[in-house]
Design a protein around this ligand. Structure first.
Ligand SMILES: *Cc1c(COP(=O)(O)O)cnc(C)c1O
Length: 397
């Protein structure tokens, strides 16, 4: 079976380096914010081209710390700040808004990029809007030039959810700028399956603002700048020293890992081109790079039974495929009280039934890629013609 992700290959390739780094970190006995965390923060800040990188316990905590640092939450008079975000992402994006006491306000996504549709921002704006929280989904940056311009015009903060996109970049005023260094705060995850994954949980916040950086550093250690002196309620959310040791082994290889992902994606898209009437491969927008956390294509059908049948047939052919994400955030039980109806987000409703993600990790061999391509070609062509939507409906734009 070709898995969607196999971490064991990367582990084996780097095993000797991990062993040494982990044993050294263990022997140092400096387990909390020790030398590896310090060094990793400097190295990843350099990699990302940001002034400050601050490790924390997870990507979810990174988002929560960002909310706290920007004073986004519930106000003294009981009103809630609002954060405009996308419903087509992992739950952590909106969950952090709720945990901070604020209210997520969803906008639909662009069916080509799967990212926040910037034409919907205006309608989502209220006097309580405090921030925009774009997600760089699957590894491709959201439309940051437009999002930053809108934020500036309306005096809003921008928090980037970079959990799936470490290393990807977008043209900002003629400069390719890596995600995490564009908005006020960037939030990263080192969950093992991410492009830069630890051997457990880990996260990072980034900023170019000195004051925000100092506040974030304080918030991750119980709201304290000086030991036993607590200015406000923070979190216990530090990047673990052993995880930092692991991340320092992997970071020098990240460009190669991301390059391999890009090459695999290009090969998939080229070889799947004959299926163009039946599937749409992921688009790479001009002026953006894509680090292919996922290779997610769209089936030209919204019939869940057809996609189920395709996924099952792929599995029988020895290829694991996944659905990211089957339930949009507005339809999650925890968010039903926000009062959205599925009709509010037509692009999202279409995509949730169309998306299919193929195996994607840097060590996937060419032979395996060919197996994936051959299996998908056979399975797609085996479906009756009647299942495919032929009209050029706008959702396929
Ligand atoms: C993984 C992920 C997160 C959360 O990261 P954790 O480290 O698992 O807490 C947040 N947002 C997105 C888009 C993610 O994919």
């Amino acid at each position: 079976m070709i898995p969607i992700l196999d971490l064991s290959r990367q582990y084996k390739n780097l095993e000797a380096d991990f062993t040494k780094a982990l044993i050294d970190a263990a022997a140092s006995t400096k387990y909390i914010l020790g030398p590896n965390v310090k060094a990793f923060e400097a190295e990843v800040a350099e990699f990302l081209g940001v002034k400050h990188a601050i490790g924390c316990a997870s990507g979810t905590d990174a988002l929560l710390l960002a909310m706290f640092a920007l004073n986004i939450g519930r106000n003294a008079d009981g009103t809630q700040d609002e954060v405009i975000t996308t419903p087509f992402t992992y739950i952590a994006t909106s969950e952090s808004v709720v945990q901070a006491g604020a209210k997520p306000v969803f906008v639909d996504v662009c069916p080509t990029t799967f990212n926040m549709d910037i034409t919907q921002l205006e309608a989502a704006l209220t006097p309580r809007t405090k921030a925009i929280l774009p997600v760089h989904l699957y590894g491709q940056p959201a439309n940051m030039p437009e999002i930053m311009a809108f934020a500036q015009k309306h005096n809003l903060k921008v928090i980037e959810d970079c959990a799936q996109a470490i290393g990807s970049a977008i043209d900002m005023d003629g400069h390719m700028t890596k995600v995490g260094g564009i908005g006020d705060i960037g939030c990263f995850s080192f969950f093992p399956s991410k492009n830069l994954g630890a051997m457990g949980d880990g996260g990072l916040v980034t900023t170019n603002d000195d004051e925000l950086a100092a506040r974030l550093r304080m918030l991750r250690v119980h709201g304290s700048r000086i030991k036993y002196d607590h200015e406000e309620a923070g979190l216990n959310s530090r990047l673990d020293e052993l995880q930092a040791a692991v991340l320092r082994v992997k970071l020098p290889h990240l460009d190669t890992f991301n390059g391999n992902r890009g090459a695999i994606a290009q090969r998939y898209s080229e070889k799947l081109a004959p299926l163009a009437d039946k599937i749409t491969p992921p688009a790479i927008m001009e002026g953006r790079s894509h680090v292919f956390h996922q290779y997610t294509l769209r089936l030209h059908t919204t019939d869940p039974d057809v996609r189920n049948a395709i996924q099952t047939a792929m599995s029988q052919a020895g290829v694991m495929c996944m659905i990211y994400y089957p339930i949009p955030l507005y339809a999650q039980k925890t968010h039903l009280k926000l009062g959205y109806s599925p009709g509010s987000f037509p692009a999202c409703e279409t995509l949730r039934h169309q998306v299919l993600s193929l195996p994607m990790f840097p060590e996937l061999t060419e032979a395996e890629q060919d197996t994936v391509i051959a299996a998908l070609t056979d399975v797609i062509n085996a479906q009756p013609e009647s299942v495919w939507v032929k009209t050029a409906e706008p959702a396929l734009a």
